[in-house]
Design a binder for this molecule. Structure first.
Ligand code: GLA
Length: 510
């Protein structure tokens, strides 16, 4: 009797505590496999306003009868999208919750169940640790030509697993991509869960053995890359390396990783976007990588902030993202690609501008647009990191990604920057001097009607090498020689299309 009275009392007290306590404060939304999103909530009666603390995205909604309903307006693939976060309260400090967010492909949604739990402010905004004094880092001697490989993000976001990565390594070899020069299989966000009892970073249930995965990729004759952040969490909330940079670099080296993409994201909640913080945080990991003694390509990902191309090499970077994220749309690719032309002089052997990964084969652009994408990236000397499903490539996708003559432009040993001639409306002519008395010329039609685009043979400055010899020219997409006649070459370029030509001094016929 007394016992049931006590139970009733305890129950009613926890219910009354739950009913009385409002949701003001910080909350984490944690999903299986380790992703965390941080929110702050403010309650007024039944009305609740919230903020996604990573993206600073405002939420509005209600808490009625211990059910939470919040929405946030955002965009997905250029169209309006409403994110929902619905929870049922389990205690004063916990809800079981479901979130519906945009998925990787247009018009698809992703629904995931997790737990919304009240946390201290420190969990969201960790106490700041000191950064090293800025100091130029030595060149690690890697990537004398732009790195080539595959990365999981563009096709999968974080919805992938160990088996997918292994299959991608298999397909990299069986499709001919490896023979064409693609070498790095890069595991982007989604592999990490939390830290083990010793503070070591660990893979989540989808990535149970990161060392075994590296061994498998190596057994295919390939190299493997991994992803983390100077923040405590990476973008989608998986474990980051904040405060554990040295241990994590050592772990990655012990597991056998050859490439690290280090993405700012969660670092926003710790550091400022100042030169000292950006450079200090990237330098810290560069020093940690150097300490491991393993050659590890270091890829900086902070979206071009603080003109990273001016200091990325000094902070130890082998490549650095120069822009926000690419998406599988003409506007995104066109904007990013042509914006690179202002900073081409900052790239060179060992340190490359990275205008983001390829979208070729993901289905959001036309063939002509993908030809432009690949031609432009090759002329820019961009890293060629495929972002499509290598297991199911169409012949057309293969012919774009594996065009050896186009890849040779990207990888050309002279590594000289591309030059832009003044655009004529939406027509662009880009010229890049190559090794061995040759030049690559890209004719780009950024407009929506076919365009005649020309260049003069003598504008390529190859005459000085001629000495009685002839020029030869080749259309690298048609795989056809072009007769060098008259003063100019003119091509009819389809809307959003490109023609890529290699012109060279013809060796004497033997
Ligand atoms: C950022 C990067 C992307 C990808 C995602 C993962 O947006 O720029 O390339 O790594 O994070 O969340």
């Amino acid at each position: 009797m007394l016992k049931s009275l006590l139970i009733a009392l305890v129950l009613s007290c926890s219910l009354c505590a739950m009913a009385q306590s409002n949701v003001d404060g910080y909350w984490e939304y944690r999903v299986p496999n380790g992703g965390v999103t941080f929110f702050s909530f403010k309650q007024s009666g039944e009305a609740v306003s919230g903020l996604n603390e990573d993206r600073k995205l405002p939420y509005t909604g209600t808490l009625k009868d211990q059910e939470l309903h919040l929405t946030a307006d955002t965009k997905s693939h250029g169209e309006p999208f409403t994110i929902t976060l619905d929870g049922v309260r389990r205690s004063a400090d916990e809800f079981s919750a479901t979130m519906v967010t945009p998925a990787v492909r247009p018009h698809e949604t992703f629904k995931i169940e997790g737990v919304l739990r009240r946390v201290d402010r420190d969990a969201v905004y960790p106490v700041r640790l000191p950064l090293p004094p800025l100091q130029d880092q030595p060149d690690n001697g890697l990537v004398r030509t732009p790195p080539m490989g595959w990365n999981s993000w563009n096709h999968y976001h974080d919805h992938f697993d160990d088996a997918t990565v292994r299959q991608m390594a298999d397909a990299m070899v069986s499709s001919g991509m490896a023979a064409a020069g693609y070498k790095y299989i890069i595991v982007d966000e989604g592999w990490s869960s939390s830290r083990d009892a010793n503070g070591n970073i660990a893979g989540n249930a989808r990535f149970p053995d990161m060392k075994a995965l590296a061994d498998y990729v190596h057994s295919k004759g390939l190299k493997i890359g991994i992803y983390t952040s100077p923040g405590a969490q990476v973008c989608g909330g998986y474990q980051g390396s904040y405060g554990h940079e040295i241990e994590d670099a050592k772990t990655f080296a012990d597991w056998g990783y050859d490439y690290l993409k280090y993405d700012w994201c969660g670092a926003r909640r710790i550091y400022q976007r100042t030169p000292v913080d950006l450079q200090g945080a990237y330098q810290k990991m560069s020093q940690a990588l150097a300490k491991t003694g393993r050659p590890i390509i270091y890829s900086l990902c902070e979206y071009g902030w603080g003109d990273v191309w001016k200091w990325g090499a000094k902070s130890g970077g082998n490549l650095w993202r120069t822009t926000g994220d690419i998406s599988d749309h003409w506007d995104s690719m066109d904007h990013i690609g042509f914006a690179q032309l202002d900073i081409t002089q900052y790239a060179g052997p060992g340190h490359w501008n990275d205008p983001d990964m390829l979208e070729v084969g993901n289905g959001g652009m036309t063939t002509e647009e993908y030809l432009t994408h690949m031609s432009l990236w090759a002329l820019l000397r961009a890293p060629l990191i495929a972002g499509n499903d290598l297991r199911t490539m169409s012949d057309e996708t293969k012919s774009i990604l594996m065009n050896s003559e186009v890849i040779a432009i990207d990888q050309d040993s002279a590594a000289l920057p591309v030059q832009r001639t003044p655009p004529q409306g939406t027509s662009e002519v880009l010229v890049r001097p190559l090794a061995n008395e040759a030049v690559a010329v890209g004719l780009f039609n950024r407009g929506s009607a076919p365009a005649e685009i020309s260049f003069r043979w003598d504008s390529l400055h190859l005459q000085e090498y001629l000495g009685g010899k002839q020029l030869e020219a080749r259309d690298l997409w048609k795989h056809e020689d072009i007769p060098v006649t008259g003063d100019t070459y003119t091509a009819t370029v389809p809307p959003h299309g490109a023609v890529l030509v290699r012109v060279a001094v013809k060796p004497y016929d033997m």
